[in-house]
Each structure stands twice: as structure tokens, then as C-alpha cells.
Design a protein around this ligand. Sequence first.
Ligand SMILES: [Zn+2]
Length: 211
Amino acid sequence: MTPMRPTGGMTASTGAAGGAAREPEFVSHKPAWLDGWKSGQGQPMAGIEPRRSWAKYGPNPRNANVMGSITRMTVHHDGMNAFTSTDRSSAAERIENIRSAHVGQGWADIGYHYIIDPAGRVWEGRPTSLQGAHVRDNNPGNLGIMVMGNYNKQAVTGPSQSALRATIATMMRQYRIERSRVYTHQELVATECPGMSLQRAMVSIRAGALA
Ligand SMILES: [Zn+2]
């Protein structure tokens, strides 16, 4: 099939790495835990769809940065074509395509730590022990959460909005992140990501109960 490349914030020209061969803030460093890396390590959430259910490969240790303290989070869309399927295998295939495109840019792995599908499933992305690649010059300490689809072209589904709210609330508790440190991509750098309808949803989510 035609390789799907993320757009609207993660393209080579506007993405986190800006077309560079390596990830931003790259440090030549192989974390020891990657020697024995297995899907699920470092993941705090119960009920999450495990990485082994979608990923063909683990992170590339040579390109990995250690995350360190998580102090903020940023919400994205994938910015490709609209995606409304609630089918599990369709979601898994799309996530793997995104991982493959990101690795094709020289990144260690898919750029995001959590991925939410239109049915409200939450999928394990890049291990949270590793710094993400999702906001140019803003990846250290920044958890990346991506909602699958293009929110300039579609509405946010009820289940995905509920799952996003729950994920944000869980991460705020887990890492003691304040509401003011929960961002969307366009609030940090110039980009259309996460699209109009998801941006509106995020304004609503942050205004509501998140405890
Ligand atoms: Zn983005």
C-alpha cells in the first residue's frame, strides 16, 4: 500500500525532527534497560492495548534518548486522512504505518507515547522511559498523546474524547502534572495540529474535571 506519512505537524518540513536524520536533542546513548526491552515495560496504565498487538519492531536503541522526569504532555492528531473506523485491526495497522514512517525518518520509534483510536481504545506507543519525538525543540519531559485521525476533516468521536480525558487525568495524577502543563501541539509551535475539532475538545477537557 501507499506509505502513509503523518502530516499536519509531523511532516519532514514541520515535524519534530525537521527532516534531520536523528531525533531532536539526540544524545548518543543506549539506555541499559533497552537491552532487555519487552512490550509493556514502563507503562503505568491498566487496560491499555499492548504494543505487541500492533508493532512489528521495538524502539531502535541507537537513536533513543532517556525520558527522565515527565513534567508536561502534548496532544496531537495524526493529521493524515480522516479515520473513523472502530475496527481494532484497522487501528493497529494505521499505528504500525505511522511507526514505520517515523522510523523511516531516522527516529527511534513512533514519536508518541499513547495513541487513542476512534473507538476509545488507548494504545501503547513509544515506551514512556524514552523521550518522545512529537514537538520540535520541546520533547524533553514531554509525554506525547496522539488521537488517530484528522481533526480538520472530522469531528472528535465521543469515545475518543472520553478516552483522551481519562488518559490526560491519569497522566496528571501519575506524574503530578498541572493543568497548565497540558498542551496541544499548536500551543507550543506553529502548526495546525491537532486540528480544529480536537483543539476545541481540548479546551473543553481542560476546563472540566480532570481529577
Ligand atoms: Zn502534532
